[in-house]
Every structure is written in C-alpha cells, then in structure tokens.
Design a protein around this ligand. Structure first.
Ligand code: NDP
Length: 297
C-alpha cells in the first residue's frame, strides 16, 4: 500500500482563506478588525523566524498584527505589565507569548496572566480545564490542526483506536483530549511506555509528538492506519548540510499507512493557520458574533 499524503500546506492555505473571508465579513458588517499581539522575549533565532512568519500571515488574512519584542533581560514585572496592558486593549483579541522564555522568567505565571478569552495558544490553566471537561475553550493550535486534518480525512473518528506518542502540555495531552472528545479510544504513550511498537500497532490513528527523529518505523504501523507526524527535527545529511524530518520514518511508514502527513508540509503549516483561526474565534466571541464554522471544536 502507498499512503495518501495529507497535504498540510494546502489544507492550511484553505483554512487561512476561510479565516480571511470571515475577517472581511466582520470588518464590513461590524467595523471590527481582529488583532493578534505576539510577544517575543530575547533573540532566539528559531523564535524570531516563527514570530516573523506569524506576523506576515496575520496581516495576509486581514488582521492587525502587534509585535512586541523585548530584550532578553526583561524582568518578570515588566513582562506581566505588558500582558496586563494587552489584556485591557480592546483592539487586541489574541495574545501569544512565544515560548520558550528566558530561564529567569516563570512560564506558567506568565501564561496564566493572559486573559483566558485572549489566550489563542490555549495554554492558560482555565482553557486546559475547559478542554478537559469538554467545554468551549481556546484549543492549542497544533492539536487543533491535527484534529481538523483527521476529521476531514475520515469524517467521523468515533470508535477508532488512537495512539498519541508524547504527553506534553502543548501537544500530547490536548491531542488526547480532542481525540477522546471525538469518541476515539485513546492511549497516550511516553518515554516510560513498555512495548511501544506493539501499542502503536493496534492504532487506527497514530499521532507522533516526541521530538526524536524518525523514531516510528513502518513495522509499527497497522496497515491502512492514519499517521500524523507532529515532530520537527533537524538532522545532518550524509553529503553535508541539514534537513528537516519528523518523528516518523516517512518512507517505511508511507508503505504501510493509509494516510500520512509529511514533514515539512504537514502539521507545521496547520499550526499557524489554527493560530489565526483561534484569533478570529476569540474576536467573534468577545464581540458576541457567530463563530466561524469548522475552525474550532
Ligand atoms: P516535549 O519534549 O515537551 O515532549 C516529548 C514527549 O515525548 C514527552 O512526553 C516524552 O515522554 C515523549 N518521549 C520522549 N522520548 C520518547 C520515547 N523514546 N518513546 C516514547 N515517548 C517518548 O515535546 P513537544 O510535545 O513540545 O514536541 C514534540 C515534537 O513536536 C518536537 O519534535 C517538536 O519540535 C514538535 N512540535 C511541532 C509543532 C508543529 O507545529 N508541527 C508544534 C510543537 C511541537 P516523557 O513525558 O516521559 O518525557
């Protein structure tokens, strides 16, 4: 079998198109422009690239983008003061603090200082609780993107066996909650899991969010299963230079799976598209407008 490739890049472009259409409509009908504030502390090169690309795509869908670049020595008090200011600003509907933060800053405290209604990353403890209890929340962008692709590919996920490899707060745990919400039978595996390959072999859906290059091999995959590869790892090429690979060994898995996301061009582009979708959702909720269909759970 050769797997169907789930094209995250094309999917993300479609989601951004839906967001742009909705933004144009609420601008025209209500005079409201959704606004996303991104806060970057320090000069981490990867974070700078992410923030630039988020800002560019925010403007492309017709939203306002507010970038706040603070130096690496910024104190916790100053960062919290900025967040308080953004919480109070009616033009800002979404706030994202780029992680990781420099070591002297307390990430939990900073994230929990964001107004939960503007927490477009879905990391605030209130949103975590709401998601865990099946209530309306802001849903973390990466798992939301994975769920959108799975729903579109399969229609209903009800009754399917899902194995999520990884239990981080930003990917693994919310992914498991979302799959449970869609009535999958969910197993969450992690570094202490015994017989991981055997557990993965029973899955109709495998979501790999581990951070280990090409760890999941084709002989772990049940024929016909859907494989969602969240991993982004840079490895050396034999002839020099580097390339990006996922947590899944793409070539061997694609021979067995029914469908698979590539790296790059799979989950990655969906994460930013879902950030824009969450900002739009936050804006609609704050203004008491109808939420866009199909862009949140
Ligand atoms: P974390 O490091 O926070 O979590 C990794 C998880 O994998 C942990 O739960 C860990 O287990 C588990 N794990 C580690 N080694 C093994 C192993 N040998 N077998 C089974 N489980 C293992 O990573 P994140 O969740 O933040 O990210 C995961 C990957 O996804 C990374 O490659 C990251 O770059 C990528 N990513 C991609 C995004 C995108 O937009 N595409 C967004 C976010 C992340 P334990 O808890 O026991 O330590």
């Amino acid at each position: 079998m050769t797997a169907t490739v789930i094209d995250g890049k094309a999917f993300a472009a479609k989601v951004r198109g839906q967001v742009a259409t909705h933004v144009a409509r609420i601008k025209a009908d209500h005079g409201i422009t959704p606004g996303l504030a991104v806060v970057l502390v320090g000069e981490d090169p990867a974070s700078q690239v992410y923030v630039r690309s988020k800002g560019k795509l925010t403007v492309e869908v017709g939203m306002n983008s507010y970038e706040h670049k603070l130096d690496a020595e910024t104190s916790q008090a100053d960062l919290l003061a900025l967040i308080a200011q953004l919480n109070a600003d009616p033009d800002v509907h979404g706030i994202l603090v780029q992680l990781p933060l420099p070591k002297h800053l307390n990430e939990d405290l900073v994230i929990n200082a964001i107004d939960p209604a503007k927490d477009v990353d879905g990391f605030h403890i209130s949103n975590v609780g709401l998601l865990g209890t099946g209530q309306k929340s802001m849903v973390p962008c990466t798992p939301l993107g994975c769920l959108m692709m799975l729903r579109t590919h399969h229609g209903s996920l009800s009754g399917m066996e899902a194995v999520v490899i990884g239990r981080s707060n930003i990917v693994g745990k919310p992914m498991a909650q979302l799959l449970l919400g869609d009535s999958c039978t969910v197993t969450v595996a992690h570094s202490r899991t015994r017989d991981l390959a055997d557990i993965v072999r029973r899955a109709d859906i495998v979501v790999a969010a581990v951070g280990r290059p090409q760890m999941v091999s084709g002989d772990w995959i049940k024929p016909g299963a859907t494989v969602i590869d969240v991993g982004i790892n840079r490895i050396d090429k034999p002839d020099g230079g580097t390339r990006l690979v996922g947590d899944v060994d793409y070539d061997s898995c694609a021979q067995v799976a029914g469908a698979i996301t590539p790296v790059p061009g799979g989950v990655g582009p969906m994460t930013i598209a879902c950030l824009l979708a969450n900002t739009l959702t936050a804006c609609c909720r704050s203004a008491g407008l109808d939420e866009p269909q199909g862009l949140t759970v």
